[in-house]
Design a protein around this ligand. Sequence first.
Ligand SMILES: *Cc1c(COP(=O)(O)O)cnc(C)c1O
Length: 402
Amino acid sequence: MLMETEKIFEESARYLMDTYGRLPVAPRKGRGVRIWGVDDREYLDFVGGIAVNVLGHCHPKVVVAIQKQAQRLIHVSNLYYIENQVKLARLLVENSFADKAFFCNSGAEANEGAIKLARKYSRAAYGDGKYEIVTALNSFHGRTYGALSATGQTRFHAGFGPMLPGFVYVPFGDAEALKKAVSPGRTCAVLLEPIQAEGGVRMPPPDYFRQVREICDTSGALLVLDEVQTGMGRTGELFAYKHFGIKPDIMTLAKGLGGGVPIGAVLGTDRVAQAFTPGSHAATFGGNPLVCASGIATIQTLLEDDQYLLEHCKRMGALLSKKLSGLIKAYPEHARSTRGIGLLQALELARPCAPVVRECIGRGLLVNCTAENVLRLMPPLIVQETDIDQAIDILSEVLKKL
Ligand SMILES: *Cc1c(COP(=O)(O)O)cnc(C)c1O
């Protein structure tokens, strides 16, 4: 069995482009919050496919939805009406600020769609010249050129220039800086993550988004929220903007949206969405019957029993946060601070966290390291108290040995 693992590592290096710093785990099977490697080793999964597996691995409702749909119809073109796409759009619209949806295949692609929609709307409403998009430093919006240009981190741009013109960056959480950067004559949109997840789980100051909304309103700029990571229940609300008492004009989704299959979405109000007309934008695979079946099962499960899972997410998030604070008390020399909301939690270390991630793997726990020294925890929303205890015990052992 170990031989098999070694072979996968070796052939991965031989046949795949070297774009990922992969960790020495080769998962073959998953159930709930656990996965098993080809060597049969068991792991408690607090990465969850990077906030993708909101319902855990192979949730029965998702599995059955995919199986049934695969037997009936897998793909058909958007030249025709797609029943599942309409059904998923309706579920998203009925549970958000939005009136209309467009489906694509990933977070980056959703942000490309949002950027195009914002510019097209602005051109139609105000004429040429008002095309700038203000985004935040330390943000992450994806790896395609538009989304990459929107990403306010030079390390992701390095070697790939020139970027798409028309992007302006400001510090996240600083309403004064945003006010200065937004111009009624030039700015078509402000694009922000509700919480900077990849950037180290950076929370916005209270009232920030109310100020952002006001700045957008007074300058005729659209507010675009990238909820690719924070959406689909991750924060304890179906969408994170619901915590802030404001509504965006456009919102992008992906990660958790399909419960594991590749699907993204651009959601918008009627006023903005009308800027897209036949031929404006498209995606061959976008919203095909198979991925939408999985998306429908995912959102229906998140909403069933009076949104039980969202409440559960809030409870488990509070518990995880409390136990992470306990680790800071126990190991103040290694663990600095904790922050997060719902089941998007972070423990900031006083040192790079890559070695901690490796030690955790050795003890059967998967956690993620982002922004160099931030351990990011994104377990499925179905995680139980005993799982959290197990994860904290392992983290505690690892921190003790540092
Ligand atoms: C992951 C992520 C993206 C990119 O999504 P992909 O599906 O990898 O293209 C964009 N924005 C945010 C906030 C993300 O977390």
